[in-house]
Design a protein around this ligand. Structure first.
Ligand code: GUN
Length: 294
């Protein structure tokens, strides 16, 4: 039996904040405080929690952020008008529209209307294209956080088989591109599994790294992995706690069952979640630096 190493995003994200301090001070010495506009539409409870955690970190680091909270029945035109104002407002270096948006809104139309130079999520097609061709401007925060965790843990993807489960535009698709780029810390051979994949075990059994982003609690179990696999768990699933508390958060991987089989794994909570926020801070600092270049 091997001992499964815990890859703590909580600890790694602190190192990232420390390493950003000099860049933030340099910007502030030039009278620039990195600033992020967050657009939150409706009352999705999970989105509200994410946005609050982002606000807390920005405030702790003395960076500027403002959340534009809009009603559930806000029209697409109203959001587009707000984005037009934010695109032209020099005060904001970065803009983030929290997803998911209500069903009556065309998400792609909204994402296409963010100035790509302020698109700290990296969801605008221009930024998706730059990433896909190996010349990234803004890398989406969760995939960027995953690469950083692997980098900090000295886990190379070179000549490794990476199995990504889930093809969302937020995580699965961009991480499948990133892991296979011909770059240091990437260069993996990546398989992208999704809801149309027959027998996912067939793929996970031959994986050196499994990246699970499916939103199904405890669905990746030890018997689906070969010994020594690295498990990156992106799932944040609310389940009944059954111990007097109402709910707890669990990942897409079954933590107990992968112990002794996985070489290393990210926990939930305290794994990829804090890394996503750290990468949002890093991308906002990057956006503030771009703004100096005119
Ligand atoms: N919803 C879940 N994750 C994300 C993210 O990384 N960015 C945005 N904008 N919305 C999300």
């Amino acid at each position: 039996m091997i001992e499964t190493q815990v890859l703590s995003g909580k600890i790694i994200s602190q190192n990232i904040y420390d390493s950003l301090a000099l860049r933030i001070t340099t910007l502030k010495n030039n009278t620039i405080t990195p600033s992020l506009a967050v657009v939150l539409v409706g009352n999705n409870p999970a989105s509200a929690v994410y946005v609050r955690s982002k606000e807390k970190i920005f405030s702790h680091l003395k960076l500027h952020t403002k959340t534009f909270q809009l009603d559930q029945d806000t029209t697409e035109l109203e959001i587009l008008q707000l984005l037009d104002n934010l695109n032209n407002d020099q005060q904001y270096h970065g803009i983030l529209v929290q997803l998911p948006l209500p069903e009556h809104i065309d998400t792609q139309n909204i994402l296409c209307s963010i100035d790509p130079r302020k698109d700290v999520d990296g969801f605008h097609p221009e930024n998706v294209g730059l990433l896909s061709t190996g010349h990234p401007r803004y890398i989406p925060c969760t995939p960027k956080g995953i690469i950083k965790v692997l980098e900090y843990a000295n886990i190379s993807l070179h000549q490794k088989h990476v199995v990504v489960i889930g093809r969302s535009n937020i995580v699965g698709r961009p991480i499948s591109i990133l892991t296979s780029l011909k770059k240091e810390n990437s260069n993996g051979t990546t398989t992208l599994c999704h809801s149309g994949t027959l027998d996912i075990n067939n793929f996970t059994m031959h994986a050196d790294v499994v990246i699970a982003a499916i939103g199904q609690p405890k669905s990746i179990t030890g018997d689906m992995l070969k010994s020594g696999t690295v498990v990156i768990d992106v799932g944040i699933n609310k389940v009944h706690a059954g111990n007097g508390k109402s709910h707890k958060l669990v990942g897409d991987a079954d933590w107990d069952s992968i112990q002794g089989i996985a070489a290393a794994a990210t926990p939930v909570p305290g794994g990829i979640g804090p890394m996503t926020i750290a990468m949002l801070v890093e991308n906002t600092v990057e956006a503030a630096e771009y703004s100096q270049q005119g």
